[in-house]
Design a protein around this ligand. Structure first.
Ligand code: FES
Ligand SMILES: [Fe+2]
Length: 455
């Protein structure tokens, strides 16, 4: 880890994220003090990696079929016999709670004549195909073949083909490559970053998936930087230090830390603490004032205190008192290659992006809220699917974020259209990344290239 030389690294004017932490009313955890700026990675990549079918096919062969990827949460399949399908680029993986403490994953295909073995989230005592009734035990052992006398070639060792499973903080990961190293190797130090934010002690309060008319990387990259805030979400500027964000890279993951309750350096005027608070809470001009910043207090202190109070009954006094204002106010968005985006602290967000079916020009964006709970674990929210033309506001479970997502996804089909036009005419050969503020994109593309180039 190194310390940023702010002069030589050409950072934005205004406070750095580290300066802001110095004024926190509570001690900040060491993880927020770590700095690891990118020291390599491309500042431009070919535009056709977002538009080309050939590149998509390479990603399927070299990435999706080989990399660890988040399939679901453990609590999505809490009881023995619960199962769901994880779909990635036309490949279907069946994830099963095969014993109280065992999760197993299989290629979701019947070994008779190839029907998808299971097509929906369900609870079953066995894995029986609906076509002719071949059945397997929950651990993949062959259980029953109707008219078995007619299949002398089908012996008891006709087990369902398994894929690797790994668990991390309540998430279930799968890997189709039998030669892949363990999940822990892929994660690297990610656990150290989340040691004080135990995601395994959360439940899935909301899960919304929306189909988008753009390549999955176009969608994902719109959520990996705060550089777009000034143009896409101008209403947030009084309360967000967009270009004061800190960006770091660590092995297979990157993170951004974007402060809230501090004005954007892009603003040409100085907002009051009340205006910062209103922007943080996305208050419309004609909404009544709900929270007032008292004289001598800052917006960060007020929001920190409000959220600390609301979380206290859930996490307990000791944990609530230990939380810094930063952990209660700011955005800590991590990206584990290739497509898993858990947010740190108590922001609750987890994103996942992937191709829609096996399409290279369409994708699925998912937003989950992982929330702490008191007492018994509440049931995991089922996926609420939105089509490409559905407004995010039809998912009220996302609260204030739905409005912000509408602003984000408004751009995305137009990015795809522009890329396709530019690539077709040769007028756009490369897309260009900011040196610092698009650190996470540069890091992602460095890793992607490494995976594509691997033998
Ligand atoms: S295809 Fe599954 S039992 Fe025939
Ligand atoms: Fe955004």
């Amino acid at each position: 880890m190194t310390t940023i030389d702010r002069e030589s690294s050409q950072r934005s004017r205004g406070l750095s994220f580290q300066d802001l932490l110095d004024d926190d009313t509570h001690p900040v955890p060491p993880v927020l003090r770590w700095q690891s700026p990118i020291d390599s990675g491309p500042t431009s990549v070919p535009a056709d990696r977002y538009t080309s079918r050939e590149f998509h096919d390479l990603e399927v062969a070299k990435v999706w079929r080989k990399v660890w990827q988040m399939a679901c949460r453990e609590e999505d399949i809490p009881v023995v016999g619960d199962h769901l399908n994880y779909e990635i680029a036309g490949i279907s993986i069946l994830v099963v709670r095969s014993a109280p403490d065992v999760i197993t994953a299989f290629h979701n295909v019947c070994l008779h004549r190839g029907r998808l073995l299971k097509e929906s989230t369900c609870r079953d005592e066995e894995l029986r195909c609906a076509f002719h009734g071949f059945a397997w035990e929950l651990d993949g052992a062959l259980k029953h073949v109707p008219s078995h006398w007619d299949f002398p070639q089908v012996t008891s060792n006709w087990c369902l083909p398994q894929v690797q499973v790994g668990l991390w903080r309540g998430f279930v990961f799968i890997n189709m490559d039998p030669d892949a190293g363990p999940l822990a190797e892929h994660l690297g130090d990610l656990s150290a970053h989340f040691s004080q934010w135990p995601l395994e002690q959360r439940y899935k309060q909301a899960h919304v998936a929306k189909v988008l008319r753009c390549n999955w990387k176009v969608a994902q990259e719109a959520f990996m930087e705060a550089y777009h805030v000034v143009a896409t979400h101008p209403q947030l500027l009084p309360g967000i230090g967009d270009s004061n964000s800190q960006y770091d890279v660590f092995g297979n993951f990157s993170r951004a830390m974007t402060p809230n309750g501090t004005p954007s350096p892009h603003l040409q005027w100085e907002p009051t603490e009340q205006e910062m608070l209103d922007a943080m809470l996305d208050r419309n001009l004609d909404d009544p004032l709900v929270f007032v910043v008292p004289e001598g207090k800052t917006a960060r202190e007020v929001v920190g205190a409000l959220r600390r109070k609301s979380i206290r009954p859930v996490v307990g006094d000791a944990a609530a008192d230990a939380l810094s204002d930063a952990e209660l106010c700011d955005n800590f968005y991590y990206t584990l290659f290739p497509n898993f985006h858990p947010w740190g602290a108590y922001n609750r967000i987890v994103y996942r992006f992937r191709p829609y079916g096996n399409r290279h020009e369409m994708s699925i964006m998912e937003c989950m809220y992982l929330s702490p709970f008191e007492g018994e674990r509440p049931p995991s929210a089922p996926i609420h699917f939105l089509g490409p033309d559905d407004d995010w506001n039809t998912a009220p479970e996302l609260g204030l974020l739905a409005r912000v997502f509408n602003q984000d996804v408004f751009n995305l089909p137009k990015v795809q259209a522009g890329l396709e036009s530019g690539v077709a005419t040769g007028s756009l050969q490369n897309v260009t990344f900011a040196n610092y503020q698009e650190t996470k994109l540069r890091h992602f593309h460095e890793l992607l290239q490494r995976w594509i180039d691997a033998p």
